[in-house]
Each structure stands twice: as C-alpha cells, then as structure tokens.
Design a protein around this ligand. Sequence first.
Ligand SMILES: [Zn+2]
Length: 355
Amino acid sequence: MSSETSATRDAAAPFCPGFDENAPSDAIIQSSDGVRFYVHWAILGYVSHFFRNMQAFPPPSGADANTIYDGKPVIPLPEPHKVIEKLLLALYPHGSAAFAPINLNGVDGALEAARKYDIPIATFQLKAILLERDFLQANPHRIFAIACHHGYEDVAQAAAIASLDKKGEPFSTVWPPPAEYRLMSGLHHWKLHNFRQQCAGRLAKELRHTADAWDTTVIPNSGSMSAPASFGGVWWDRGAGHAAECGPMKVFDEDEEDDSDDSDSDEEMEAGMYFPAKWFRDHIRRCRVKCETTPSVDEVTKMVGHISAETLAALAPCAVCSKAAPFELISFARALKGVLTQAVEQEASKMKFTA
Ligand SMILES: [Zn+2]
C-alpha cells in the first residue's frame, strides 16, 4: 500500500472497500478533502465521456503518475467528498437502499460536476432527487435556491409550491444558513415572496367563490359533486327538510315579488339566484378572515373541514344540518383541497422564477 496522509480516509457505504464482494471495485476516486471512493471503471466509463476518455489513454508515468492504493489506480478530483458522494450516488444503478441519498448536502456541486464530467444520467437523477416529496417538504428553500442556480424552472415551481406550507418563518432561521441560500439573488427572493402573496390572495378568492350565489340552472338539487366544490353539501340541498330560516336562500330581486314563505322546504327551487345556507356562508367568511394571509392549501382546507364553536351554534336550530354538516364539511374540504391545489399550480405556472 502507498503512504497516505492522516486526513485521508475511506468513504462510507456504498463506496467503502468491500461493499459488494460479488462486484469488487477496481478504481478509487479521491476527493479534494481526502476521501477515497471505491468505484467501478466499467460503470464510470459507461455513463461518462470524461471517464471513458480517461480510460482510453495510457496511464501517465513518472512524477505525475496516479498513485496506486490497495492495488487500484487513484483518480484525484478537485471536488469535495460531499459533492463526489452525491455525483456517484446519482450515476450508479440503485442496487440497494444504500444508494438512496439521505440529504441534499453536495447536490448543487454534484449538478455542476455532472455537467463538467459530461454525465447526463447523473443530472437526470439529481433533478429527480430535488423533486422527491420528502426533500421538497423538508427543504423547499434550499431546493428553490439550487433550482434558481441551475435554471430548472420545473424544480423551482415545485419548491415554491412546497414552501407555501412552511408556517411562520418562510426561511430557515438557524445559523449558519444553508449554503445554498447564497445561490439565490434578491430577485429570486422577491419572486418567492411575491408568489406567496399571490397564492394567499388566490386562495381567499377561491374560498369566497364556494359561498357565492348561483343560478338554479347550475345548482344541483342534491348529491352531485361538481364545481364549485361546495355543491355536494346539505347547505345547497333545498329538499333536505331544513328548519325554517335554514337551507339555500334566494337572492332578493327588486323586480320580483318576494315570496317570503319559506316554510315549505320540500318545494322545488324557483328559478333565480340562490345563496347556500347562511350558517355555511358565515363559516366560510370566518375561515377567510382567519386565513387571510396564509398561502397554505393544507391550513385553509383544515380550517374549512373543522366545525368551530360558532359554526356549531349556528347549526343547532336545524336538525338536518347538525347531523349532516360534520361529515359533509370534511368531504367538501377534501374536494376543495383539489381545487386549491390546482389554483396554486396555476399561479406557479404564471411565474418565471429562474429567469
Ligand atoms: Zn339546515
């Protein structure tokens, strides 16, 4: 064995010596900070022109010759071990769980290295890592910064959407901040902030829309779940046998005689514009006030599906609504979640985050 400095050490699995006895490594990549990665020439040559060309030439001799360690040629690369690790994880076939990256450290550098060493499969896999749900939810701002750095608009959009669910502080306040934050310009930061505000406004608008007045030509008498998401609820069902003062209410029209006899609730709806039951409109209004500035679809839909003490009191006079509302508000919140998710995706598609 050749001599080694005290700082030099072997990489962890799956690039440690003897990781797979059936496929022994035949080369070592050494990072700038002295970590040895045990690799396979055949795999490197298959995925990368850079390594293929390196293999095609006779090895250098003399003072510049690569050292040999453990009987294998050592290829020194200028990248630190965090970057080399992510690059190798992205270019190797994923034979076991050991090949799944457990964090984002080094991913930005690995994307640069993938370009430099001409390894398209690594670029593809690294982008896929950035879009993994768990990483997006835990680190949306780091991923957003990496996406801005490399001009990946699709990744930036996904990260911006994921960042909407971060409560309170939009960015990590832990010191030191994640290294990737330096990749983001003031303009990128502004766009993300602007997007949050756009989404908060859009969610409030969509929420208001669910309690709008609708024409009888559109309102189903019962049952069907169609747009807006609130149509399936008892609050729209004229024939449900509501208490007096409950159920859908006709919008008063000055040109018509006001037929104020609402006692026969089984009566077919007259043609015209109707609001959903008053308790429902009040419930939505209270939700809107409470989540006026939140751009989070999860938070808004949780609030809509939850019966507050005020809503419970407003329901009490109507036996039909008291019985049906707890379940139907949950179904409504679920349907609304789909609508709001689409709305947020639409807002994201209007942005040019990385430009
Ligand atoms: Zn009712």
